[in-house]
Ligand binder design. Sequence first.
Ligand SMILES: [Zn+2]
Ligand SMILES: [Zn+2]
Length: 148
Amino acid sequence: MILLATYITLTRGTRLLLLNEYTYSKSGPIRAGGFRYSCSSVHKGCKAHVHVSRDDLILLAATEHNHEPTTYITLTRGTKLLLLNEYTYFKSGYVRAGGSRYSCSSVHKGCKAHLHISKEDVITLAVTEHCHPPSKYIRTKSGLYMKV
Ligand SMILES: [Zn+2]
Ligand SMILES: [Zn+2]
């Protein structure tokens, strides 16, 4: 199976590789030519990584993560939030290219972090500089989430 790598670009210019809802950042060259990408949560001990050839073909994908991917959670009062790296975002509008804009749940505190999500649920832009620590949510028995 041939998989082509998909990339997203963060506002500070960092290019991340996106595969199955997980993001990876370039961590070095590989002997075969091309690059090794490590999971963005490598600092949390996640060992997932991907090898990408010079022509952007995925040569190897070790995708056992020790954490959840970008997911949507539903709060007990029915609000659907996007969860990325422990921060939550709510749908705040649409983007011209198609898809939705999600703003950090703490936008009222002046936080400017936001995401653009394509119609296919792929993160196309991620501004993830938050001015606050992430909120803690717990999963209730019903599968819904509550802020703690
Ligand atoms: Zn990971
Ligand atoms: Zn924020």
